[in-house]
Design a protein around this ligand. Sequence first.
Ligand SMILES: Cc1cc2nc3c(=O)[nH]c(=O)nc-3n(C[C@H](O)[C@H](O)[C@H](O)COP(=O)(O)OP(=O)(O)OC[C@H]3O[C@@H](n4cnc5c(N)ncnc54)[C@H](O)[C@@H]3O)c2cc1C
Length: 379
Amino acid sequence: MNTGHAEIAGAGYAGLTIATLLARRGWTVTVHERSDAVREIGAGIFLHNNGLVVLEEAGLMEALAPKGTRLLRDRMVDHRGRLMQERDLAVTRTRRWSFPRQAPLEVLHAAALAVGVEVRTRSVVRSATPEGALLTEDGERHPADLVIGADGYRSAVRTSLGLTRVERRLPTTSIRFLLPGRQLSPEPMSTEYWSRRRRVALAASGPDHTYCYMACPEGDAAGSEVPVHVDSWSDHFPRLGDLFQLLHRSEPYKAYYSWVQAHAWSRGKVALLGDAAHALPPTLGQGSNLAMSNARSLVTFLGRFDAVADALQAWERAVRDTTEATQRWARYYDLVTKYWPNPLSGVRSRIIWAFGASPQLAARMRRADRTPPITESAA
Ligand SMILES: Cc1cc2nc3c(=O)[nH]c(=O)nc-3n(C[C@H](O)[C@H](O)[C@H](O)COP(=O)(O)OP(=O)(O)OC[C@H]3O[C@@H](n4cnc5c(N)ncnc54)[C@H](O)[C@@H]3O)c2cc1C
């Protein structure tokens, strides 16, 4: 089906990307967003090659690039200050940009509005029907040729269609900061420090900011505390004491990791996109990238089939494997930091070094980065 009307639940990365791509292909599109504005809560975000190519093809990187930093290296450092891994991000397939979190969403929102997408804020979706309609809390029914559930990990669309296999919050605490200035990150790189079951990282995030994130098991009371527990974190990372003093005075964004698996990503004329279909821990920075990349593939499949339901099933068969492999690796990464026995930290450092030295293993873990979306030119 080449054009029609689409109703979309959720104005996040997934919803705004698919809305823009459909509208540019002649669809009329309405997006329902439950909040009173389109906004991101949080600090920084990493975009990888598979998401970046979508933004580039859509001509949005010119507007976005000045707000971000193209990172050229990333490093992992262990509890003794030894390098566990160092990656060259200058190679196209592994490239990574770092942004203040609101920047890409603002650019996507502006792009959607520019092509006539109607974004209705304070419009809460309650359910969807496979025949093609969204039902909102005000009692309205919104019929469509295509319905997208891009309403995040607690998706009402997914739940209403009985598509949820797993929906869980994982027991990891994530604390993030967007710090003013680049004094802590003068180079275009990111560094992640590991000690026992905690991680802390610093990355350049555009011309004016440094992105910092920390992670620890949810059961680690001192590690999960906000304001940041300076002594406890300094005990894990003695070289970073000044940083923790600064974080203690800075505004934290606390988040949790989520995990979603769906029985299927579509039913009839309704598709699930982004976290609604496949929420994953952010350890590989792939949630938004997969959402954008899968959105781009979806419009390709809609152009190939007369019936929307057939297009949605073919799309899922084509992209689900890479997405689920990425979910698994993101989970392993979280588990290796969270449950590794503390006395064996030295062994872990050596394993991570060996892992990084194996191009095959690294390529498997970062398969999504290297898998561009399926476009019309693909066979
Ligand atoms: C700590 C942390 C760090 C992360 N770092 C990265 C990273 O570096 N790179 C990366 O790619 N990903 C990262 N992610 C993951 C990324 O944030 C998500 O994968 C991404 O936001 C998913 O986009 P989405 O549009 O599917 O869902 P969401 O961003 O959750 O958007 C869903 C939208 O739907 C709206 N909504 C929900 N329910 C309803 C309803 N019933 N009716 C109407 N509207 C509704 C919500 O208000 C929201 O605006 C991170 C996640 C976390 C927690």
